[in-house]
Design a protein around this ligand. Structure first.
Ligand code: ADP
Length: 361
């Protein structure tokens, strides 16, 4: 199979005076599993529907395999899309649902039978060919929707929140199955989700969208470790994002003023932020929490704080700690015998400076 790339160049789309996509640039590589991640209303579905041909952009270019597809109607694009609702025909059997696109393409009876059989085996529904969608579980219906889409051998597979109608356990199972199917078929796939865990566990790379603007593109670990801005830091994983000012930068150090607390000195990061208003970001599990009089690890940056709340989560305990005028979250790995700090406890928080990011906007 010929694996294709998808390229969006300076794509903008407005509904009336509302700009829903602003100057989107991205490239999905041939055979890649790519996620569009963002909160509700960020423009993910609009972008996906634009690729499918159901929406039209006002500016920019959209290329599949190097060819501009603007103006090509949806049915002529050879792009498969799986909708959140599955959109199966209730009066048809599973086999008839899956065969539909092949019948429309006037394939021969033998070819249809062979292809439907093969794809149903591929999704593990070989024994369910004569059932109707209403006789299947949610996960099985999802598999029929996938089978029906991939059986036509599309150039691109588009998945619009395909797991959101399933319960938690099934979602985890289905996301593994979808990933497995995508690997097997090698289809360039674009997956829309508002769930960062879903995007992180399935996609090779992802684009984070907010308010119609592409915030950052990269592999999950890259976005998690090096978020480019405050939005990405908070949306991909959990982060403490604290507003303050960079008041001095030397060759070796950076001084950050945290409101109501004072100045903290960090080793200068490779790419030092400019002076002025900056946010300091770090992950809750990268903070250590200790009693005030304990010996401290000198490689960390320490701050005294007061425990505001404590939650026991099993594998860890999550503390909200007041430091100066701000509250921050610290997770402590749990083991049997480790006592929790109660609310009101005077503690000391230590941040690993190599894990702190300084972010603009
Ligand atoms: P997401 O998929 O990220 O939840 P959408 O792409 O569905 O977001 O929507 C992005 C924005 O565009 C939202 O503010 C939504 O209200 C608006 N929008 C979507 N479709 C239309 C439409 N047909 N007419 C007007 N506004 C729309």
């Amino acid at each position: 199979m010929n694996k294709v790339s998808l390229e969006a160049k300076n794509i903008s789309l407005s509904y009336g005076s509302t700009e829903v996509l602003r100057d989107i640039n991205l490239r999905v590589e041939p055979g890649e599993f790519f996620a569009l991640l963002g909160p509700s209303g960020s423009g993910k579905s609009t972008l996906l529907r634009l690729i499918a041909g159901f929406n039209q952009h006002q500016r920019g270019e959209l290329r599949v395999d190097g060819q501009d597809i603007t103006g090509i109607p949806p049915h002529a694009r050879n792009i498969g899309m799986v909708f959140q609702s599955y959109a199966l025909w209730p009066h048809m059997t599973v086999a008839e649902n899956v065969a539909f696109g092949l019948v429309e393409r006037r394939e021969t009876r033998e070819a249809i039978k062979r292809k439907v059989g093969a794809v149903l085996d591929l999704v593990g529904l070989g024994a369910y060919a004569q059932r109707r969608p209403g006789q299947l579980s949610g996960g099985q219906q999802q598999r029929v929707a996938l089978a029906r889409t991939v059986v036509i051998e599309p150039k691109l597979l588009l998945l619009d929140e395909p797991l959101s109608n399933l319960d938690k356990q099934l979602r985890v199972q289905m996301r593994e199955e979808i990933k497995h199917l995508q690997r097997k078929l090698g289809l360039t796939t674009i997956f829309v989700t508002h769930d960062q865990e879903e995007a992180m566990t399935t996609a090779d790379r992802m684009a984070v969208l907010d308010k119609g603007i592409l915030q950052q593109v990269g592999a999950a670990s890259g976005l998690y470790d090096f978020p480019g801005n405050r939005f990405v830091a908070s949306f991909v994983g959990t982060a403490n994002v604290l507003d303050g000012q960079v008041t001095a930068v030397s060759n070796e150090t950076l001084t950050f003023k945290l409101p109501g607390f004072g100045s903290l000195t960090f080793p200068r990061p490779a790419q030092a932020p400019s002076m002025g208003d900056v946010a300091m970001a770090f992950r809750p599990h990268q903070v250590s929490i200790q009693v005030r009089d304990a010996q401290v690890d000198a490689s960390r940056v320490w701050m005294d704080g007061l425990v505001e709340s404590a939650e026991f989560l099993g594998e860890s305990s999550r503390y909200r700690v007041r430091v100066g005028e701000v509250s921050m979250v610290a997770d402590q790995a749990h083991y049997a015998g480790l006592a929790m700090f109660p609310p009101g406890a005077q503690v000391r928080l230590g941040i690993d400076p190599t894990q702190v990011r300084f972010l603009h906007a």
